[in-house]
Write a protein that binds this ligand. Structure first.
Ligand SMILES: Cc1cc2nc3c(=O)[nH]c(=O)nc-3n(C[C@H](O)[C@H](O)[C@H](O)COP(=O)(O)OP(=O)(O)OC[C@H]3O[C@@H](n4cnc5c(N)ncnc54)[C@H](O)[C@@H]3O)c2cc1C
Ligand code: SF4
Ligand code: SF4
Ligand code: SF4
Length: 394
């Protein structure tokens, strides 16, 4: 008889769902803790003590990167509509489109009924738009790892995009390298819980949570940056660090799952065949090689980590404006490529406050940071072209 999965400290579990998917007896369910983060719980009467859930859990192990030295690029999707709906340069959609063209299935995070974020599989271009765009909250993988295994068994091509811990979980679940599987991981600094986001949306919409139709964390109508919008009851309201205490604390790195503060992926290797992020601070020297792209519409940072990743990236390159870059330039304004988030001293007090007083802790706490809001707003008001010029001069 073997042990079943047990989470002794919250930082040991990233919530990837590999254990839930691997249990042939459906003895594991994900349960919400008081802050709204999901953790596996074993239903003892169903468990046969096979130990498979323990074996599949790789989060606390030293990670093996998928790769050796990654090739690094700046890239932008040439389709302006796709680019507008994407958070960065729209490279995810280019890869996903190529997989769909082969009759494949693409998995990614989408808003589902009742405003939850879950991974779903899509099989056509129209549905792909649901996956587009970064949603800054944890996505539930549900039973998608099992779905992937079934599809691969049927000979279908599959693309799975998600956070590095989700890709590591999927790979551990599948057990061996799969020829027809393309994995895409994101540069990631951490995820808050769905409960926190729902509390926040209730606050920013004045209690109209049930009427929320869409949430965009990155709305390019406001340029390439961290300004978003919420569609509610037929109107659109601004959603950014100035209007939302949740978004404010998200950007400060104060409200993540505990595992995110202990995440090994930035330093121990990328998990996907391809890694995607924002190419913040992309220099004119690179932009000048990219057929006159408008950098204010977003530029992707692409890390090609494996031979399979190289083949897929080459296949979609004609649909992109691409310039070769290097790791050092990409890391310059993106520390998430090298190290995990580190909480400030107020993190624990904020979390304790949230457990005690609920959302009021975020609302009241963020009011104390009016100066930070003002500085951020002032910075956002400087046109991106001028910001770039200033950076080039420094
Ligand atoms: C929580 C989170 C934190 C991030 N932090 C950084 C960062 O610090 N630095 C950086 O450079 N880039 C970060 N990114 C990545 C960046 O925001 C873009 O997602 C990435 O550059 C891909 O952009 P794109 O334009 O190619 O495609 P997009 O269409 O914008 O990408 C969408 C893809 O992201 C997936 N996705 C969206 N939300 C989630 C989610 N919550 N969980 C799992 N998958 C999701 C979708 O399934 C889809 O595959 C983060 C993304 C997320 C979701
Ligand atoms: S497999 Fe994933 S969800 Fe399950 S215990 Fe490990 S980290 Fe948590
Ligand atoms: S030990 Fe086996 S049966 Fe029990 S929860 Fe884990 S995988 Fe399921
Ligand atoms: S920071 Fe690490 S643990 Fe947290 S969501 Fe991202 S990959 Fe997962």
């Amino acid at each position: 008889m073997k042990d079943s999965i047990k989470i002794e400290r919250p930082e040991q579990c990233c919530g990837c769902g590999a254990c839930v998917n691997v249990c042939a007896h459906n003895a594991i369910v994900m349960r919400e803790d008081r802050a709204g983060f999901m953790y596996p719980a074993v239903e003892e009467d169903l468990c046969v003590r096979c130990g498979r859930c323990v074996d599949v859990c790789v989060f606390s192990e030293k990670q093996k990167g998928a790769n050796g030295e990654s090739a690094v690029y700046a890239a932008v999707n040439r389709d302006s509509e796709v680019l507008r709906g994407s958070s960065s340069g729209g490279v995810f959609s280019a890869l996903a489109g190529a997989v769909l063209e082969k009759g494949g299935v693409v998995f990614g995070a989408a808003w589902t009924d009742g405003l939850t974020l879950a991974h779903i599989g899509v099989e056509n271009e129209a549905a792909l738009s649901r996956l587009r765009g970064s949603k800054y909250v944890q996505s539930s993988t549900g039973d998608t790892f099992r779905q992937v295994k079934k599809l691969l068994g049927e000979g279908r091509t599959v693309c799975y995009a998600g956070t590095p811990c989700q890709i590591a979980g999927l790979k551990a679940f599948l057990g061996k390298e799969q020829e027809n599987l393309l994995t895409v991981d994101l540069v990631c600094h951490g995820v808050p819980s769905m409960k926190m986001l729902r509390d926040d949306l209730s606050y920013v919409t004045g209690g109209k949570l049930d009427d929320v139709e869409d949430v965009r964390f990155r709305d390019k109508r406001c340029g390439w940056g961290t300004k978003g919008s919420v569609a509610v009851g037929g109107s659109t309201i601004r959603y950014d660090a100035g209007t939302s205490p949740y978004y404010f604390y998200f950007l400060k790195g104060e409200v993540y799952r505990e595992s995110c503060y202990h995440c090994r992926f930035p330093s121990e290797g990328r998990q996907g065949d391809i890694t995607l992020g924002d190419y913040w601070g992309v220099r004119e020297a690179l932009l000048s090689q990219m057929d006159g792209v408008d950098p204010d519409m977003g530029v992707s940072c692409v890390l090609v980590n494996t031979e399979k990743g190289r083949q897929w990236f080459e296949a979609v390159a004609p649909t992109l404006s691409v310039a070769p870059s290097d790791r050092q330039s990409a890391e310059r304004r993106n520390k998430q490529l090298t190290s995990h988030s580190v909480p400030l001293p107020e993190h624990q007090a904020l979390l304790d406050g949230y457990l005690e007083k609920g959302y009021a802790a975020f609302r009241d706490g963020s009011k104390k940071h009016v100066k930070d809001h003002l500085v951020r707003t002032a910075k956002n008001m400087i046109p991106p072209k001028i910001k770039r010029k200033l950076r080039e001069m420094l």
